[in-house]
Design a protein around this ligand. Structure first.
Ligand SMILES: CC(C)(COP(=O)(O)OP(=O)(O)OC[C@H]1O[C@@H](n2cnc3c(N)ncnc32)[C@H](O)[C@@H]1O)[C@@H](O)C(=O)NCCC(=O)NCCS
Ligand SMILES: Nc1ncnc2c1ncn2[C@@H]1O[C@H](COP(=O)(O)OP(=O)(O)OP(=O)(O)O)[C@@H](O)[C@H]1O
Length: 228
């Protein structure tokens, strides 16, 4: 069959093919920048959220093939007594050994991408938000390639440290160790279609998100009914 589902022998003029493509908005930002807070607001508007951090946790569930690969690569110390991943031990190791972080990402990122793609295929909302801290960094994982728009949550490093340490009760030192493995604000913002400075309260954040949501709804319609 031809691309337009018309018979190859038909002399009828062919109608243009509808793309029927879902708009994917990539949401990124450093640790504690406010991705989850923004995602929660988009979800309240009925938008499906695909969260790479959540997927990253799910794919290393006890007994999973990905966790077995991590165990084979690093050793039995990556497991707790009950067979689940010892996240604190892995975190301490990879964020102080750059080569180990690369090895861990080589195992986790392809699995994250595959799961994100199947969640995208199952999405039914007007557009989809794909939230990932490493959307831009992990270019080889191809998450950014799935997105037509990149929205960056931006906050000063002091704000990131204050919010992340308050939320997780993690030491400032541990959060700084993660931040050095993430892009600088300037570099990340350079890749953005839209940047939200999340330095004030949550109401101020929601006020900035509302016009973007309206813009994405329009873009989503245009993309859905675009023709080749
Ligand atoms: C190292 C691990 C075990 C630490 O687990 P832990 O429960 O302590 O932290 P959690 O997963 O909740 O991540 C906390 C924050 O750290 C940052 N972070 C996570 N992974 C990375 C990474 N590879 N590089 C830089 N920052 C990262 C993110 O901002 C994230 O929100 C875990 O983060 C992991 O498996 N990372 C590799 C998978 C990955 O790249 N995830 C990011 C999704 S794109
Ligand atoms: N504008 C804001 N005003 C007050 N608190 C905020 C604001 N934005 C985010 N927070 C709070 O700061 C903390 C960090 O925000 P959030 O969890 O959304 O960041 P994140 O980018 O998802 O971080 P991570 O990469 O670690 O998952 C949370 O407790 C959140 O409720």
């Amino acid at each position: 069959m031809s691309k337009n589902n018309a018979s190859p022998y038909s002399h009828e003029p062919q109608t243009p093919q509808k793309k029927n493509k879902t708009l994917v908005v990539g949401l990124t930002g450093g640790i504690g920048s406010g991705k989850s807070a923004a995602s929660a607001w988009f979800a309240e508007q009925g938008i499906d959220i695909i969260d790479a951090d959540v997927i990253a946790h799910e794919i290393v569930a006890k007994g999973s093939p990905t966790l077995r690969k991590i165990q084979r690569k690093f050793g039995d110390w990556v497991l707790n007594g009950d067979g689940s991943m010892n996240r604190a031990a892995v975190r301490t190791h990879v964020f102080t050994h750059p080569e180990a972080l690369i090895e861990l990402e080589a195992i986790t990122h392809p699995a994250i991408r595959e799961t994100a793609k199947s969640q995208l295929a199952a999405s039914t909302s007007p557009y989809v938000v794909l939230s990932a801290p490493l959307l831009i960094e992990a270019a080889e994982a191809g998450l950014a390639n799935l997105c037509q728009r990149i929205l960056v949550m931006d906050a000063t490093e002091d704000t990131q440290l204050a919010r992340a340490s308050q939320r997780d009760e993690q030491s400032v030192q541990k959060i700084k160790a993660i931040m050095v493995n993430q892009l600088s604000r300037e570099e990340r913002n350079r890749h953005a279609d839209n940047v939200i400075l999340n330095e004030s309260d949550l109401d101020a954040l929601y006020l900035q998100l509302e016009p973007l949501h309206q813009e994405y709804l329009i873009l989503a319609q245009q993309l859905k009914y675009a023709v080749d």
